[in-house]
Design a protein around this ligand. Structure first.
Ligand code: GRF
Length: 211
């Protein structure tokens, strides 16, 4: 059964992970369809990019709303679009708890480091890669995980590693990680669509493909 996917992006998101997911659905690599991209601001480059790809978009701004009101609007949009899976892609906020609960085990996020290292509030973009370089780590990478009610702490689905090179700047490291992000996110969503992810406590078991 083909799954219906919604992608959430934030105000300034460029949307490269979003585009990777949309393209993988178009190619038939993922048995699914991106049915809605939700942004927090109309000006988001990601929304423009989604519209150019013919994917429906909408703006749900949290500004002036309390958490409960914001959650209600998100839930309404997701329910109307009959979404099976929610993918956060450059979504900078904490997803409101009622949404996490309503879609438990059905919300994913991608993070540009090897969690549980270099995650948490304020750890995004440049901050992550600078922290990795300062730590002296010889490898970095990306993590796709299920979303819980905190930043970057949900069960890990997939990780990919990249080397940290001697002459890396945060920009060169970010670019190397981003390439892996696109592949890892597509792979994780593909596994979800195939019904091959099983949550066992904090571990995500990847089931073999059916013959
Ligand atoms: C990515 O690095 C992702 O890991 C993080 O936010 C960034 C979004 O980039 N959550 P893009 O908008 O997908 O290009």
């Amino acid at each position: 059964m083909s799954i219906r996917i919604a992608i959430l992006v934030s105000g300034h998101g460029r949307g490269s992970n979003m585009a990777a997911l949309i393209d993988a659905c178009e190619r038939g690599e993922i048995d699914g369809q991106v049915v809605l991209v939700i942004g927090t601001r109309r000006e988001a480059p990601a929304l423009q990019r989604a519209a150019e790809k013919g994917v429906p978009t909408c703006v749900i701004s949290p500004r002036g709303l309390d958490d409960e009101q914001y959650a209600r609007r998100l839930l309404q949009a997701l329910e109307e679009a009959q979404v099976d899976l929610v993918c956060l892609a450059g979504y900078m906020r904490l997803l409101p708890a009622p949404v996490v609960r309503a879609y438990a085990g059905r919300v994913m996020n991608i993070h540009p480091a090897l969690l549980p290292l270099f995650g948490g509030k304020g750890m995004y973009g440049e901050h992550v890669h600078r922290a990795v370089l300062e730590s002296g780590m010889k490898v970095s990478g990306c993590t796709v995980h299920f979303v819980d009610e905190h930043y970057d702490t949900g069960p890990i689905i997939l990780q990919r590693c990249v080397p940290v090179e001697e002459d890396d700047t945060w920009e060169s490291l970010a670019a190397r990680v981003l390439e892996q992000e696109h592949q890892a996110y597509v792979q994780a969503v593909k596994l979800f669509a195939e019904g091959r992810l099983r949550l066992e406590g904090r571990r995500v078991r990847i089931l073999p493909s059916s013959p």
